[in-house]
Design a protein around this ligand. Sequence first.
Ligand SMILES: CC(C)(COP(=O)(O)OP(=O)(O)OC[C@H]1O[C@@H](n2cnc3c(N)ncnc32)[C@H](O)[C@@H]1OP(=O)(O)O)[C@@H](O)C(=O)NCCC(=O)NCCS
Length: 152
Amino acid sequence: MSPTSFTIRAVAPADVSSWRMLRHRLWPRASADDHARETEQLLAEPHRNAMVIAVSSKGEALGFAEAAIRHDYVNGCDTSPVLFLEGIYVIPDMRRRGIARALCSSVEQWGTSHGCVEFASDTAIDNIDAQTLHRALGFDETERVVFYRKRS
Ligand SMILES: CC(C)(COP(=O)(O)OP(=O)(O)OC[C@H]1O[C@@H](n2cnc3c(N)ncnc32)[C@H](O)[C@@H]1OP(=O)(O)O)[C@@H](O)C(=O)NCCC(=O)NCCS
């Protein structure tokens, strides 16, 4: 892949529509209203949530990451609170250029500056790209869990 010039920055008011568009690509089952509501909630709690966006030199939105400080128990972790990677996405044409690595590094620095000493995450069992990314970024696999549901 050719080198790519991009910038990582905290989501600013001017980035909100691009951020929502990228979120929709990662979580397409959520409606536009859901994304609007969730992004407003995240922006309203800047002490708890880090949202960063990758932007090209031409101003195109290339990817985003969201992380939250979780005070409840986080599987596989020993400390509390823990920084948790809630979502990360890079547009298909711009993958394997280090954008996810830079997004993660940015939110990790934010977590460290907010007192977190552990950075946790999860992904679907069949998302091999994301599992490979996590290992490449220094995450150790901790647990595999099975979700259940019973209708009553
Ligand atoms: C997973 C995803 C975020 C990776 O983004 P990216 O910008 O391509 O990742 P990076 O270029 O920063 O990759 C860093 C390292 O992770 C590993 N890696 C990332 N994607 C990989 C892939 N598809 N195959 C193999 N290794 C991969 C590599 O070691 C890579 O370093 P290298 O390119 O120097 O070998 C991107 O593929 C994506 O958006 N996927 C769809 C959404 C998704 O699955 N999100 C994660 C949900 S938890």
